[in-house]
Design a protein around this ligand. Structure first.
Ligand code: 5GP
Length: 139
């Protein structure tokens, strides 16, 4: 993505049309072009990072604030009580547009989208070591 604008930067800049939902200095939100359900919305930082961990603290915190506000409005408008917030990083994780984005996907009784996985085993010694290492890496 280095050097050329991402698809979502082109949408943010109005070069590609979108059904805009929300915009402020840090965040842009619009309807997904291929919705998994009615109301499926994307929330995107204006900062053109590819993955979540690359974001500045300002963009990350503004995204969190916007996600909660936009989710609330989606619930009110669609009438659902349940929804998923999904965020993919890297092609193996299912990311297809390499500009950070969160999906807000309303879950209706008839919705077919699913988020399931087989769990792996984690012993308490491994868990303790893993938690310690990850916590040490947080700056
Ligand atoms: P990802 O698979 O990267 O997590 O999700 C990318 C999302 O972007 C998909 O849900 C896809 O439908 C959406 N998308 C791709 N191109 C466009 C576009 O041009 N306009 C809009 N509104 N959404 C798009």
């Amino acid at each position: 993505m280095k050097g050329e604008k991402s698809l979502f930067t082109r949408i943010i800049e109005g070069e590609i049309p979108s059904f805009k939902i929300y915009e402020n200095e840090y965040v842009y939100s619009f309807l997904d072009i291929n919705p998994a359900s009615y109301g499926h919305t994307l929330v995107v930082p204006k900062e053109p990072a590819s993955s979540l961990h690359e974001l500045s603290p300002e963009s990350a915190s503004e995204l969190g604030i916007a996600l909660a506000k936009i989710s609330k409005s989606i619930l009110e408008v669609t009438g659902v009580n349940s929804y998923n917030v999904i965020q993919n990083n890297g092609s193996e994780a299912g990311q297809t547009v390499f500009h950070v984005h969160f999906h807000i996907i309303p879950k209706y009784p008839h919705s077919t989208h699913q988020l399931t996985w087989d769990s792996v085993k984690l012993g308490s010694e491994d868990a303790s070591e893993l938690a310690r290492k990850i916590s040490m890496g947080i700056v």
